[in-house]
Design a protein around this ligand. Sequence first.
Ligand SMILES: Cc1ncc(COP(=O)(O)O)c(C=O)c1O
Length: 352
Amino acid sequence: MSKLNIVPVNQSKIDTVNFNDLPFGTVFSDHMFSCDFKDGKWQNPTISKYEPLTLDPSARVFHYGQAVFEGMKAFKDENDAIFLFRPEDNFERINKSAHRLAMPEFPKEFFFEGLEELLLLEKEWIKKGAGNSLYIRPFVIATQGAISASPSEEYKFMIICSPARSYYAGEVRVIIAEDYSRSADGGVGFAKAAGNYAAQFYPTSLAHKEGYQQIIWTDAKSHEYLEEAGTMNVFFRINDKLVTAPTNDRILDGITRKCLIQLAKDNNIDVEVRRVSVAEIKEAAKNGSLKEIFGSGTAAVINPILGFKHSDFKHELPVMKDSYATFFKKTLNDIQYNITEDKHNWRHKVSK
Ligand SMILES: Cc1ncc(COP(=O)(O)O)c(C=O)c1O
């Protein structure tokens, strides 16, 4: 594998950025990492100025959606040390996604070398303090120009970075899916494949028209079991027990979800990983035992869900004083910002 080529910009644009007003995912840092797959191997790993790409209009990514991505964050502690959070899991997941889309896997040393060198170069873009982070978006696209419907023989792996403030998705109420499906058995739901997200936009826009921000997807076969939401896994608190669906080939194996299951165990919170039926949740809503619903994911960590609708049944969740959502968000954030002990080795220090 060839050596990483670093071409720093002459002048950073950081002074033009208002860090107090950062709509999520709209501002990008000075540099990007890229690496090309050509002639059967990954080559030309480069860190260079963040700028537009030139691609052939027949590049297969435009026609067949051969594209996968990841979402991860870097944090800075009070002593300016930089940390990634479970980056090995993102690395493994992007290759799992790539494999399913007939794309070549990316080598581990390259992923970590490219990522860490990029973060060291962008360290001023990672602000300390609660809620601040650098959102990192690794992705792979099929670049070969040829519109026959077959896998590309050329790809580009890239990493771009976007400074992020505490992510507040606003009030979230959800519709439980009855007709549309996000994924199917044997499909690509477990992969972070670009097309999975495109396919959600239309049904989600219909939900918006009804005043709901997200959809909780149900299994495609029966629409009887709750699976996950837009970019979040979903947890239900019934009395003091936490319940979440098991992952399968329709559901993304969320890293935040895995952390919450572990943190629940660490803190003696009863947690069950099992199928959750719509009927059970509606019954729990009716008899008052449904205390909370929240989504888990890298962008927001935890996103409390205030209410839901299923067919003509509507329900508002109670406001909890001892909310699990608040507890998990703080507990996980404190680990991410190197404030508390990291007993599961989730932090990954970035240093020369
Ligand atoms: C479909 C989907 N489910 C769940 C998640 C949460 O995963 P993670 O906690 O790894 O961010 C995401 C976000 O990455 C997602 O896109």
